[in-house]
Ligand binder design. Sequence first.
Ligand code: IPM
Ligand code: MG
Length: 332
Amino acid sequence: KFNYTDILMGGCSIDAYGVPLTDEALETARNSDAVLLGAVGGDVGNSRWYDVAPELRPEAGLLKIRKGLNLFANIRPAYLFEQLADACPLKKEIIGNGFDMVIMRELTGGVYFGARSTEEKDGELYAVDSMPYSEHEIRRIAIKGFEIAMKRRKNVISVDKANVLGSSRLWRKTVTEIGKEYPEVELSHEYIDSAALKLIRRPWEYDVILTANLFGDIISDEGTGLTGTAGLFGSAELSVSGKGLYTPNQLHYPDESVIGKQKVSPVGMIMAAALMLRCSFGLEKEAKTVENAIEKVLEAKISTEDMKYPGAKIVLTGEMADFCCQFLGKDV
Ligand code: IPM
Ligand code: MG
């Protein structure tokens, strides 16, 4: 039995309270064992939340809850479901046996939280974003990465830009040191640009990708894109104490035109709940049960409009959720 409390974050909170996340909402999140969070969006083009101060945009609420709950470790799984092999953008003869990776993204440091400014200088505007990392921030995410690798294929590829950035050089040095404590795990380093290239040529070579905040943001979308649809996976954001916030992997859903149309897949959110059962509550069997139900839905070739794959029958968001429940053996 779970007890739920609803809190507002993002555009709905801006509309209700004038800020993307109130301190009270953050406190409620802090006092909960886990947080389930829907996609953030409505922030593009002529949206009413677009042309406002950065701290009043919907994303600012997300950054506040990440920092406020100290959610430094972001786990983003991406693998190819056999049922979706035809939807993968890579040719079948290339993708062969699929791929199965976890992107381990640092989430409370780097350029997302570094000093930022815009000023007038020499008659023009001048903007700065800085990308700070401390050893302890790198160390703790590296440890998480190696621990996850120990439960998988024991391979960590750390992705950085150490040929240019000081923060990446510290990243590489620190990850290498931590790596020595995990002799069974094979560690290698790649630059973000070559990793971005290799990921779409030989994705099966990745097991755990360990990377900084901004690189992880970008490369996790690339990883998800390879799965053939963005609507299938969950993402876990964990704190030191193991407290977690769980979201669909496609956390950023800027397209307002879909609102109220029942076109968007609920599967990412359901998979997020499975991750919650596993990571926050240690309910591995239950998490697997949910994931298996999703596989059955895919086998039955049922899909929503946004994640349609060859041969799929398109249903509405609510109907898709009903199918997931049915395959879970639950009444709807
Ligand atoms: C993500 C999202 C967020 C991020 C946005 C919505 C601020 O893109 O979690 O991948 O950049 O971290
Ligand atoms: Mg993103």
